[in-house]
Design a binder for this molecule. Structure first.
Ligand code: SAM
Length: 227
């Protein structure tokens, strides 16, 4: 009974891999992957005691104490070199937080890990971090569940990173080409929101010119794609 969101994240984990799920909360994703035989080893990282207790409880209930290692740690500090992980999932947080976790935990990355990232907002931060750190975006997903639209971004170090432009980073290099119905719906929503925010900024007493420039550029990119 995994959510469609987490199930779709899980589809990008190759059978037989060793996973680290960072910010796992109930550990639903690694538990599901372990029960389905996709992973035979998993690190379950949590920075907060409460969620880690949830994870431990669920792991025990599922009979997976020998497969999944719950660890209290900030971000990628949960990963040890002896874990030999080849897939890292970070889901259900803002894109700025995901990028921060990757940036501050860089020393734990070997470059062989596939990063499967599911930001709830601020996807652009995630794509920029990947680009700046030698990761090519190898797949993207967009899906709707319970009225929310989610994106999934997969990054891998597989050679020279394509020169992503601002449209690629903002909209997604794959998503903006594919332009499926969910993508169109997302950007129709975002356009209305951003236009209203821009109006508010312009009407405020001390107009932040950088913000105006940024929102104007974003609105232009959205209008262009919806044309
Ligand atoms: N990944 C699950 C999902 O997608 O359903 C749970 C998402 S939950 C909204 C976000 C979790 O990330 C929280 O349990 C929070 O404690 C954890 N978290 C936030 N910052 C973290 C960090 N720096 N390191 C590890 N976990 C973190």
């Amino acid at each position: 009974h995994l959510s469609v969101r987490l199930a779709t994240v899980g589809q990008h984990v190759k059978p037989g891999s060793r996973l680290a799920d960072i910010g796992s909360d109930h550990a639903y994703l690694p538990i599901n992957l372990a029960l389905n035989g996709i992973i035979n080893y998993g690190v379950v990282g949590e920075v907060r005691e409460g969620p880690l207790e949830n994870a431990k409880h669920e792991i025990t209930k599922a009979g997976l104490v020998d497969v999944l290692q719950p660890r209290l740690a900030d971000g990628l500090a949960a990963i040890q070199s002896s874990d030999d992980v080849d897939h890292i999932t970070i889901a259900g947080m803002g894109g700025a937080l995901i990028s921060h976790i990757l940036e501050s935990g860089k020393d734990r990355l070997t470059g062989k890990e596939t990063l499967i990232l599911q930001p709830n907002v601020g996807e652009e931060n995630v794509r920029r971090w990947l680009m700046q750190n030698g990761y090519t975006i190898t797949a993207e997903e967009i899906l709707e569940e319970d009225g929310h639209i989610y994106e999934i971004i997969v990054g891998q170090q597989i050679g020279v990173v394509p020169p992503y432009n601002s449209e690629d980073l903002f909209l997604g290099p794959f998503l903006r080409v594919e332009q499926n119905q969910t993508f169109i719906k997302k950007w129709q929503r975002e356009l209305i929101q951003k236009q209203s925010i821009l109006n508010n900024i312009e009407q405020s007493q001390h107009t932040d010119q950088d913000k105006v420039t940024q929102f104007t550029h974003e609105i232009k990119m959205i209008e262009e794609i919806l044309k």
